[in-house]
Structure formats: C-alpha cells, structure tokens
Design a protein. Structure first.
Ligand code: BDR
Ligand code: CA
Length: 316
C-alpha cells in the first residue's frame, strides 16, 4: 500500500476522506495532522479523533497543528460545516481526547521514518505544510508527491475567484506550490462534480456498521438544497482527492504553471492557472517570478470515483 499522511480540517468532507483512507486496502494511513479551517483547531482534533474511532482506526497518530494562517487572523467556515465543524450530527465524544504531539513534529517524524516515500494529502488550508517545508526542508527527499485539495481553475467558493483552502492561507499555498516536489491540484472544478446518488446515500445511512453509517450521514448533510429530501445526494468533496491517490486514472491532469494571488483585494487567494497553449513563449509569462508547474486535475470520472468510494467504505 501507498504510505499516506492526511492533513485536514475535519470538516464534513474531510471526515468522508478519512473514512475512505482508513478502509482502502491500497492506502497505508500513517498519520493525520489537524489545522484550523472549517472550524478551530481543537474542534478539528476532536472531530478527527471521533471519525477515526467510528471508522475502527482509533490508533492512527493524530497531531494538533496551526491555530491560524501564517499572516491573516483565524476565521471559520461554520456556516458550511455546522457549529461543531462537522455537520452538528450529534456524534459521540471520542475516547481519546488529547493528542500530545504538534503537527510539524509528527509530519517530519512520519515522513522521515517511512521506508517508502510518503504521499502527502492536504485537504485544508496549507499552514501546517508550509511550516513543515520551511522548518524541515529535508523532508522533501522522502515525499513521493503532494496531492492537495485546493484552488480552482474557474470559479471560486470563498470568493468569486478563490477556493476556501487557498484563500484561507494564500502565503502557505504559495510555499507549497514552490516546494520542489511533484504536486497534483485537485481543485474545486473536479471537487464539486463527484456526487453520490441519493439511493446509495440512503443505503449507507441504513447500515448497521458505524463507519458506513457515518459516511451516509455526512453525505446526506452535504447538500443543503436537498435536506429534508428522503434520498438526498451528497458530494464526496475532499474524499475525491484521496480517491485520486488510490486510483490516479480516475482523473485527467495537465502539467500547467500555477500561481497564487497574494495581492490584497478581490483576487487574493486565487490560483491563476495558465492554460495558454504555449505560455513559455510569451514575453509576459511569469514576469520573472517563481512559477510552479503543477499537475492540475481538469477531468474526473465521476462514476468511477463514486463506485470506488462506495465499495471502499462499505467494506467494514
Ligand atoms: C474545501 O473547503 C472546506 O470547506 C472543504 O473541506 C474543502 O477542503 C473546499 O473549498
Ligand atoms: Ca477540508
């Protein structure tokens, strides 16, 4: 299996991603690190511990990370993910409530200790990852690649042009993009397309197995437009990025220059993806700035990922 570390802000769809990672036989989830984003970092830690317990994986190392972005003050997205940051589903309090290691320390330790290079999957603002890369640049030699959920080629969600994870900490995203490791961007364009049909969501919700049932409840929460509907459909969200690691053929990518707008004002946090046919030949290309080449997901095989997700979370 592929050694994987997930950095997340659990989070309804982060929880869906954790459930999948724990149950996929091709993934060896070695650690989970938490960062402020969907809710405050202590809430993220609590939610993460709950999900791992419900998924039957209570022993995976978990760490608490950054409380706020590198430069901006803390903000929360409670309007999307509920007061508890995970849909206010009334989940049980986890048996493990404390974690005694910080995220950068755990990331460094697990990356360097892994016998095979690690795939890092950030599903949240990139603060922990930027701090890791700046504090311990030597980790790069044992990172296979970074597949992150964030950014958008087209429309944003936090602002008209910026996706939440990048917008929340744009400087951290800029550090990630120039890390010098292969990077795949699983952005909003594909993120929003992978939706589980209502009949499948209902089957998951009716399951007697706690992890499977939790996946169903989280999926049902995802789409406010259909709440109250007996068979609401639900987006995989962040879990799609983990599917893309387990089954890379499910996405279509192109290697493209990507830059984050750090300017104050309406473009802040936008990922500017250069889709010009031959950007290298343009005089204005890059303007002398450091340009990262990123594998940008432009296509996703929705049916394939839905099937993969269901087959994985339903194996208890
Ligand atoms: C991202 O923001 C969060 O709300 C989701 O968990 C996802 O990581 C989407 O913009
Ligand atoms: Ca997230």
């Amino acid at each position: 299996p592929i050694p994987v570390i997930i950095d997340c802000d659990t989070g309804v769809d982060d929880a869906l991603a954790l459930l999948f990672a724990v149950r996929h036989p091709g993934i060896d989830l070695r650690a989970v690190t938490c960062v402020a984003g969907n809710t405050d970092v202590d809430g993220v830690v609590r939610n993460t511990l709950t999900v791992l317990e419900q998924a039957g994986a209570p022993d995976i190392p978990v760490a608490r990370g950054a409380e706020r972005p590198l430069i901006e003050p803390a903000r929360s997205a409670r309007h999307v993910h509920g007061v508890d940051g995970m849909g206010d589903l009334g989940l049980p309090v986890p048996a493990r409530t404390r974690v005694d290691v910080d995220a950068v320390t755990l990331l460094r330790r697990e990356i360097l200790a892994s016998p095979r290079p690690v795939t890092l999957i950030p599903l949240a603002p990139l603060t922990n990852i930027a701090l890791l890369l700046r504090t311990h640049p030597e980790v790069v030699r044992n990172i296979e690649r970074i597949v992150f959920m964030g950014g958008a080629v087209a429309t944003g969600n936090a602002t008209p042009v910026a996706e939440f994870n990048v917008w929340h900490d744009p400087e951290a995203a800029a550090v990630l993009l120039t890390a010098g490791v292969p990077i795949t961007m699983y952005g909003l364009d594909v993120f929003q397309r992978v939706v589980v049909p209502g009949t499948d969501v209902r089957r998951l919700r009716d399951s007697a197995e706690p992890g499977t049932r939790l996946a169903g409840e989280l999926l049902a929460h995802r789409d406010p437009a259909t709440s109250g509907d007996p068979t609401p459909s639900g987006g995989l969200g962040d879990a799609g990025a983990v599917c893309a690691v387990a089954d890379p053929a499910g996405i279509g990518t192109r290697l493209l220059p990507v830059e984050v707008s750090l300017a104050p004002g309406p473009t802040r946090g936008q990922t500017i993806v250069d889709l010009r046919p031959r950007p290298g030949e343009s005089e204005i290309h890059g303007g002398g700035r450091e340009q990262a080449l990123v594998d940008v997901a432009l296509e996703v095989d929705v049916e394939r990922f839905v099937k993969l997700y269901l087959a994985t979370v339903e194996r208890a």
